[in-house]
Design a protein around this ligand. Sequence first.
Ligand code: UDP
Length: 235
Amino acid sequence: MKYKRILLKLSGEALQGPSKSTNIDPIMLEQYCAEIQTLRDQKVELAIVIGGGNIFRGGQAESLGIDRVQGDYMGMLATVINAMALQSALERHGLYTRLMAGIKMEQVCEPFIRRRAIRHLEKGRIVIFGAGIGNPYFTTDSTASLRAIEVQADIVLKGTRVDGVYNKDPEKFPDAVRYKTLSFQEAYERNLNIMDMTAFTLCMENKLPIIVFDMNKKGNLLKIANGEEAGTLIS
Ligand code: UDP
């Protein structure tokens, strides 16, 4: 495997599946676990950050008459719900996991302690980071970048429903062209919105590469971990 320690970022919305009829679609959970298992079968060390957008985003708060900071904490709690669902599904697959959260929740997960997280990874446990970084005004993309740097991951893999970064929205423009590789500088100058600015800058300054790829395509995750071309590599 090309990458030995990977941080996988999954959006909360992806868990809803295409029908969006439920917040957490069991078919999506199962599909993700099967993909993740292929990495563990190859002994790749894996940390996962999952978003909460399928349940709540801080940005929605004000329109509901909820204070923004309160809303952000609600969003962080939403990520824990998703993380717990994912943990349970991974364990059903016989995988060893640990859930570590940026907000203390002793009954359901460990607090995030960097050295302990690294130790879990070394022991082959999949570490899921819930509750973001524990601070409002951040996103789970920033959490992914920060935790990846902290645990010295080789790469951030951002799983989406499109197979990479395009020059324009491929869901709206059929003639959109996918980039195979991009430098951080090119991505910044072309305003390509790969991640929010905080997350993107953290990766750029720490020379942590990102691959944006289609998480719904079977076998893609393993292919990428093995260094094969898929999605868009930003480095
Ligand atoms: N959030 C936060 N701090 C963090 C991580 C997340 O305040 O460190 C909140 C923020 O309100 C965000 C919500 O949690 O909108 C859900 O996360 P995100 O929108 O990143 O989820 P995704 O879009 O990946 O599903």
